[in-house]
Write a protein that binds this ligand. Structure first.
Ligand code: ATP
Length: 394
């Protein structure tokens, strides 16, 4: 029995587009600090952030970097030690919410652990937030159904949470957050309790729901793939600070620091020295040869010393005459669509190897490798496009 007046007859209708806010909320965070105890290192340390209306905004960083603390300050569960948080609402008014109780912020929250009430049905779980807002019965029924259709769970409205899979429970938790039509949706590692296959499926599903709903969303994760595949904007945090902000492809292709380059996927570092720069091009000398970069020398590169970051997939096998780097494949792991290899580079004449014990080594990812290329023991010549030669302060 549908608990809200009329039976649900239609199983699994196509997902419903959620009603969009006329103007989504923007979030302005200024000089935000959270220190849990006097004298301790701040968990959030002077964060300034502007989150655009309707953005799917990710806070990404390793465990303990402060992303949950920041999210919980936006939700109102944690009071900041200093700084401010403001929501710019549809009418253009800026509302300072820094010390406002959570129930007065109109935010919807989804937790890693789902946090559904086990004694209530799916529909009752979703309806709860509307009941305490004293929404009329007709409107409540309509909105619960609408939210459940959005997450494609209307056919299971009468189930109890313990009769649902983890992925289904998380869909219900999302419907429960959406049903109140929040100004801001907050998601705290919502996929981390799910297995890899389900995580992949739900990534695109959650992105679709967030973008269709138009609600400004802040999403916390430590999983780079999740952030790269879903986000409009990603803020990378380390030790309570914001270290880089931008769209996923910019962060991946143009990391500004060693930390970001390493945290977002795999990379190779080669120490280098600038030998020429101008007209947007930089020539670098490394122990393994000269490389041309399409990027300027980083402003903070002292004395022309830089670290060159080369992604494994940016290295392209070429005929010897076209190569910038030459070496020998010393390890190869064939994985079907790619082969992951280690290449020991031949040092150029007169250059000291990076480590006295060995020549520089690079990780290489070969897409669709031919059988003779997918083994170790042969010489290889590699080129890299100047755009993929990323320069980082040494
Ligand atoms: P994770 O991915 O592991 O959840 P996180 O990036 O979300 O990590 P936070 O949970 O925000 O990080 O924690 C940031 C820092 O603040 C950590 O050093 C943590 O130990 C500390 N911390 C978090 N909550 C408290 C608390 N209630 N009291 C004291 N210290 C805390």
């Amino acid at each position: 029995m549908w608990p809200f007046g009329h039976p649900v007859v239609a199983p699994l209708l196509p997902p419903r587009r959620y009603p969009r806010p006329a103007v989504p909320t923007a979030i302005t965070i200024s000089k935000l600090v959270k220190q849990y105890a006097p004298g301790s290192a701040p968990a959030v340390d002077g964060v300034d952030l502007a989150i655009g209306p309707g953005d799917l905004f990710f806070l990404l960083g390793p465990s303990g970097c402060g992303k949950t603390t920041l999210l919980r300050m936006i939700a109102g569960f944690i009071e900041p030690t200093a700084g401010s948080i403001a929501f710019t609402l549809a009418d253009g008014r800026q509302r300072d919410v820094t010390f406002l109780p959570p129930n007065q912020r109109n935010t919807g929250m989804v937790f890693q652990s789902y946090a559904l009430w086990p004694h209530m049905t799916v529909a009752q779980n979703v309806a709860f937030g509307l009941e305490i807002r004293k929404v009329s019965k007709d409107e409540l029924d309509r909105r619960v159904l609408e939210a459940l259709r959005t997450v494609q769970m209307d056919h299971l409205a009468q189930r109890k949470p313990n009769a649902l899979s983890g992925g289904q429970q998380q869909r219900v938790a999302l419907a429960r957050a959406l049903v109140i039509r929040p100004d801001v949706l907050l998601l705290d590692e919502p996929l981390s309790n799910l297995d890899a296959k389900l995580r992949n499926e739900l990534r695109s599903e959650i992105r679709r729901i967030c973008k269709d709903s138009g609600i400004t969303t802040v999403y916390v994760t430590h999983d780079q793939k999740e952030a790269l595949s879903m986000a409009d904007q990603v803020a990378i945090m380390s030790a309570g600070r914001l270290v880089q902000l931008g769209p996923p492809a910019d962060l991946y292709r143009r990391p500004a620091s060693k930390f970001v380059a390493e945290f977002l996927g795999e990379t190779n570092f080669l120490p280098g020295q600038v030998i020429d720069s101008g007209h947007g091009r930089t020539k670098i000398r490394t122990a393994a040869g000269e490389l041309l970069s399409a990027h300027p020398v980083p402003a903070s590169a002292a004395g022309g010393s830089v670290l060159v970051s080369l992604r494994p997939e940016a290295l392209i096998p070429v005929p010897d005459g076209a190569a910038s780097l030459r070496g020998r494949v010393i390890e190869s792991q064939y994985l079907g669509e790619i082969a992951q290899q280690i290449v020991e580079l031949k040092p150029i004449a007169g250059a000291a190897p990076t480590s006295p014990a060995q020549s520089p080594r690079l990780k290489l990812s070969l897409l669709n490798p031919a059988p003779d290329m997918a083994t170790a023991g042969h010489d290889i010549a590699l080129a890299v496009r100047p755009e993929d030669v990323v320069l980082i302060p040494a």
